[in-house]
Design a protein around this ligand. Structure first.
Ligand code: GLY
Length: 389
């Protein structure tokens, strides 16, 4: 039994059935957009709810592909599979220039090649995903016990980035756990678990808020300090970062069955639900001063919802699980009421009001990762448990 962690009561009424019943509408919206999106990979929404598209190596390049594969898994309709398969050459080409690869290999290859292998037994995709896992494990620093997130070409400069771990990579470790399952070699899973332990120690604060990143000395590997890149301040709590941690540590629990990770995911979820505004859609940073513009981040809401529902699926105690499930549904209800675009036939994405990177002006857009996790969360709300993580 893990430690029980109680969440505050829901701020207002939940209509569970309407949330659960929304899944087919979302899948239909994805189907409707296949022809418009074609072979391109959505990057960020425009003011008219169209997409700007990814160049090569973009960390967001796989989320639309992930939506297609999940829709195929649910419906068996070839149109989803065929469109997802069209993207294989994009992911094959990316592996040809390892200089540009970074820790986001986990996002990129779990939702594309791992998904393809799991659903269609495509051997070529399996080998591509294993190759990606090999690149990812080379970023693991054995002395420091963490995965280096970015490359020396990052604007922060090599003296910082070569010793930098970031919270997002808790999602990327799924590729390593999968590689251990496929190859029978524990080295990938060991690195993934150690990375999670290191981040649990350094990136999570005593009150269960989180830093966006934690720096190590690139030479000695000594822990240095937490800081932010996309959050409001080094000591604030970037909402999407917190959501990566909630979903990521719950996922580490799924793979390792080590209860410390589930307990931690619950405490991080408690911090988030304690700080989410009562409308159920998070402001982009949980410690944003009240005199700043309170942009919402629907992607943080969707990832947190998926994480809460994943936690609920991991908890044995029925009453405790119900609390996490209801909070997950409540966040989905908030997204449905305030951000959902499925009623708009011209919109090529699912959710408005995502905050990609507020400090550079990307503060109110559709985001493909918001859309992907919205679908994942709605599927979890309907009892699905098979994903590509
Ligand atoms: N992985 C970067 C982000 O969450 O914006």
């Amino acid at each position: 039994m893990t430690e029980k962690v109680f969440l505050r009561p829901l701020p207002s009424a939940l209509d569970e059935q309407s949330v659960v019943n929304h899944l087919p509408t979302v899948v239909e919206s994805i189907r409707r957009n296949i022809a418009k999106i074609g072979e391109r990979n959505p990057k960020i929404g425009t003011a008219t709810h169209q997409w700007d598209y990814c160049d090569q190596f973009d960390w967001v390049s796989s989320f639309w592909t992930g939506e297609l594969w999940l829709s195929y898994q649910m419906t068996g309709q070839e149109v989803f599979k065929n469109s997802a398969k069209l993207r294989k050459s994009y992911f094959a080409n990316m592996l040809l220039d390892p200089f540009w690869l970074d820790h986001d290999l986990g996002f990129q290859y779990s939702l594309s090649c791992v998904a393809d292998y799991k659903l269609t037994e495509d051997e070529e995709s399996k080998m591509m995903a294993l190759r990606a896992a090999d690149h990812l494990i080379h970023r693991f620093r054995k002395i420091g016990g963490y995965i280096v997130a970015w490359n020396d070409t990052h604007p922060l400069g090599p003296e910082v980035t070569l010793g930098k771990s970031i919270i997002d990579s808790l999602q990327n470790t799924a590729l390593l756990f999968w590689a251990s399952e496929i190859t029978g070699s524990p080295v990938y899973a060991n690195a993934a678990k150690r990375h999670s332990e290191t981040l649990a120690k350094h990136i999570v604060r005593d009150d269960f808020s989180t830093y966006h990143s934690f720096n190590f000395d690139p030479i000695t590997q000594q822990p240095l300090k937490g800081e932010t890149f996309q959050g409001y301040a080094d000591d604030s709590c970037w909402a999407r970062g917190q959501s990566w941690a909630i979903h990521g540590f719950a996922q580490t629990y799924l793979y390792t069955k080590d209860e410390q990770f589930l307990t931690l995911a619950k405490k991080l979820a408690k911090y988030a639900t304690d700080h989410i505004t009562d409308d159920g859609v998070p402001v982009w940073d949980y410690q944003l001063p009240s005199d700043e513009i309170q942009y919402k981040d629907s992607s943080a809401g969707a990832i947190t919802a998926a994480g809460l529902l994943l936690i609920a699926q991991c908890i044995e105690d029925e009453q405790e699980a119900k609390m996490y499930r209801e909070w997950g549904l409540y966040l989905l209800q908030g997204l449905m009421k305030q951000c959902d675009l499925t009623h708009d036939e011209r919109a090529v994405g699912l959710l408005a009001h995502g905050a990609s990177f507020v400090k550079v002006g990307l503060c109110d857009n559709m985001l493909p990762y918001g859309d992907y996790y919205y679908l994942e969360a709605l599927m979890r709300a309907n009892g699905y448990q098979n994903f590509f993580w």
